[in-house]
Structures are given as C-alpha cells and as structure tokens.
Ligand binder design. Sequence first.
Ligand SMILES: [Zn+2]
Ligand SMILES: [Zn+2]
Length: 98
Amino acid sequence: MTCPWCSFDGPRRALHAHAVDAHASEVKTITEETTGRHFYELQCPFCPQSLRKQIKPRGKDPAFVQEFAREIRLVAFDVLLYHLEEAHHDHGQRLQHS
Ligand SMILES: [Zn+2]
Ligand SMILES: [Zn+2]
C-alpha cells in the first residue's frame, strides 16, 4: 500500500506503523466542553469523509488523552487503512502506473 501523505510504500502492517509515527499530527483529539467526551478525528486525504469516533476513557483521568495518544493513533490509522482499502483501493495502482 502507498502512504496517502507521502511516498512511503510497503505492506499494510509497515504502512500502519509508518503512519502512526510519521503522520501523528493527522489525528486530532477533540474534547467536547459541554459533555467532557473525547473524540478522535482523522480526515481522509482523498475524500471529504472524516473518521470520527468517541474515545472511552477507562476511569476519569484527565490525562487520559495525553497518555493514550499513541494508542488512539494506532486505532485511528487502522480504521483509515480499512477505509482506504474499501473506498480508495485504486489509489496504489494509479501511483504505480504513473
Ligand atoms: Zn507517509
Ligand atoms: Zn476517503
């Protein structure tokens, strides 16, 4: 698979690890002030769809989002890779032929 943000190319597993480290800033964590709920959001680079999901903290530790930022990214990028495979599976091929 080809990285949607740079020229990295590799198996899904390698791309996943690469994205978590190299494109960490793509994952935004949002805290709703009114409810105190946490969300992560990851914008698809190819379409207007953004992947947004509630983070369910274990306990009410206010440092949760910071401590688990890497764990959240692991999940967020995994979801995005599924989305890329389903909705944009021609992306990698197009790059190879150009
Ligand atoms: Zn990349
Ligand atoms: Zn998309």
